[in-house]
Design a binder for this molecule. Structure first.
Ligand code: 0WE
Length: 186
């Protein structure tokens, strides 16, 4: 491995100032997505919250000192944080925790001009999502019940770019829905 990539100070070594960071990582053990929620294992709960939620706090902590001109952090969440979505299971509480952390981080980082927001996207058929049991059967109903009668593509999550940009200068602590209106009717 090149010397610059060794160790954990890669950002410090190579990036003098940072204006924005996108946090887009989530994981729960497949076993915990395939059992009834009430059967969630302690280890699965811990792993889901560690990887999907704590990682935002760690990212904010390590990048805040590089955002010396202010900045923006955007994370990705999902409707399962607030309502029961079949099979989303332990990821629901993990996303609820993530959304709460967004609000708590705004208070710490706001005075330094660092904003923290989340984009709640409708289900997007990513490689990981396609491995989920019955995922494609979730997509069809969206075309009948969402106000816009459609689905959302990964590219349409470009609201992330807006929240990173100066256009969103007064916006922090927001969960911005990119879901064809599903949140308004469900
Ligand atoms: O947040 C997610 C995906 C989260 C996820 C997916 C997996 C699949 C493979 C977390 N951990 C794992 N672990 C694995 O082993 N989404 C918003 C996409 C998603 O995931 C679902 C959904 C939707 C939508 C799971 C069940 C039901 C609906």
């Amino acid at each position: 491995m090149p010397a610059l990539l060794a160790g954990k100070n890669i950002f410090v070594a190579r990036i003098p100032v940072l204006h924005g960071v996108v946090h887009s990582i989530a994981w729960a053990p497949a076993e915990d997505l395939h059992v009834r929620f009430v059967e969630t294992s302690r280890d699965g709960f811990a792993a889901a919250h560690d990887i999907s939620s704590y990682s935002l706090i760690a990212l904010a902590r390590e990048t805040q000192r590089l955002m010396t001109a202010g900045g923006a952090i955007v994370t990705m969440t999902y409707a399962g944080a607030r309502r029961v979505v079949p099979n989303y299971n332990v990821m629901g509480p993990a996303k609820a925790s993530l959304e709460s952390s967004v609000r708590h981080l705004t208070a710490d980082l706001g005075p330094a001009g660092i904003r923290v927001n989340a984009v709640s996207a409708g289900p997007v058929a990513t490689v990981a999502a396609r491995t989920i049991k019955d995922f494609s059967s979730m997509l069809e109903p969206l075309e009948s019940y969402t106000p816009l009668r459609r689905n959302v593509s990964a590219a349409e999550a470009a609201a992330v770019v807006f929240l990173l940009s100066d256009l969103a200068r007064p916006v922090t602590g927001e969960v911005f829905h990119v879901d064809a209106g599903a949140h308004a009717v469900t």
